[in-house]
Design a protein around this ligand. Structure first.
Ligand SMILES: Nc1ncnc2c1ncn2[C@@H]1O[C@H](COP(=O)(O)OP(=O)(O)OP(=O)(O)O)[C@@H](O)[C@H]1O
Length: 317
């Protein structure tokens, strides 16, 4: 890169540096690259930081094999990484269809990423992604868990670009001379997220004024902080559960304790809805002799007298 440093590049490098600041030299870092502007930009600024901090950086490109030409897109992404001096691996995954192709692709992608033995796996979600996630969560009515958006650190996963605008990732790519791939799904009105991006966000900016995306992302941060506090408080409540104790809990805590009990018993967290939690709550607070609530993942919550327990539903039963 010649000439003056683009401010977006400087910001991107600072974000990558800050996101990895706790790691020592030699740490293995994997950047997850789709070939889009977001992840290529993240790879570029992380390569800069990795060289200075002596991190061992590599890229992973997942080929979901869902679209024609996906192997070529993946190969092109790997080529761009090579141009940045980043060795990479292209992993082709077999995506099932359970829960729809998008959800299956996501599951297969995260599984492939988490198989890598890295201290940190970097994802390039931006502030715009965060704002869209909050809006989608609001529309689903699924409560603080989804309005809280994505966390900058989630186990081994890190998201350094959550405060960076998408347009800045394009600037970074331009500054590095990178050619990014534009996913045709992003402009396909058949996808709710695409319409939200193309139609709803501009309308919101028009009605509410600029800075809506930032405001939504800030809301996510605030809700996440409150939610984490309540989750911690719920984690401190001892299980198994008895009805008088549960009745005395604040509803915000009770719903979390009930959810935690279900998850610890093996319920499928991704399929556990607000309606399931409301039904569990009624087992405590609005009891008319109902004895069990079936939950996703082959688990049931059973009330016997004043005690609640989670049991595995017998296969075929
Ligand atoms: N095919 C891929 N190979 C490797 N990494 C990918 C791939 N697709 C996406 N990623 C990583 O995941 C990040 C988010 O991508 P995207 O916004 O497309 O995900 P999504 O489908 O919305 O799902 P989620 O947000 O749950 O990851 C990207 O910035 C990139 O780091």
């Amino acid at each position: 890169m010649g000439g003056a440093l683009d401010p977006a590049v400087a910001t991107g490098r600072n974000l990558a540096r800050a996101a990895l600041a706790d790691l020592g030299p030699g740490s293995r870092i994997v950047v997850a690259v789709s070939g889009g502007a977001d992840s290529l930009a993240l790879a570029a600024v992380t390569a800069f930081v990795a060289e200075r901090e002596a991190y061992e950086l590599s890229g992973m490109v997942v080929d979901h094999q869902l679209q024609d030409g996906s192997a070529a897109v993946a190969a092109r992404a790997a080529e761009q990484l090579a141009g940045l001096g980043i060795p990479s691996e292209v992993v082709a995954v077999d995506v099932g269809t359970a829960g729809g192709p998008e959800a299956s692709a996501r599951r297969a992608r995260y599984a492939a990423l988490e198989r890598t033995a890295a201290e940190a796996i970097l994802l390039a979600h931006t502030l715009d992604d965060q704002a869209e996630t909050v809006l989608l969560g609001l529309g689903r009515g699924s409560g603080p868990r989804s309005i809280a958006g994505m966390s900058p650190v989630d186990g081994v996963l890190r998201r350094p670009f959550l405060t960076l605008r998408r347009v800045d990732t394009e600037r970074i790519c331009q500054a590095y001379g990178l050619q990014w791939w534009t996913d045709p799904h992003n402009s396909d009105p058949g996808y709710r997220r695409s319409r939200l991006r193309a139609e709803l966000m501009p309308l919101l900016e028009d009605v509410l004024g600029g800075g809506v995306a930032e405001a939504l992302a800030r809301t996510a941060d605030q809700v996440r902080s409150d939610s984490l506090y309540l989750d911690d408080a719920a984690a401190a409540v001892e299980l198994p559960l008895d009805v008088p104790t549960l009745t005395d809990l604040h509803p915000a805590l009770r719903s979390r304790v009930l959810r935690r009990g279900a998850l610890e018993a093996g319920a499928d967290g991704s399929a556990l809805t607000a309606a399931h939690l409301a039904a569990l709550d009624r087992l405590v607070t609005d009891w008319h002799g109902q004895v069990r609530i079936e939950l996703p993942g082959g688990i049931a919550c059973v009330r016997e007298g004043d005690s609640l327990s989670y049991v595995r539903t017998p296969v075929g039963g």
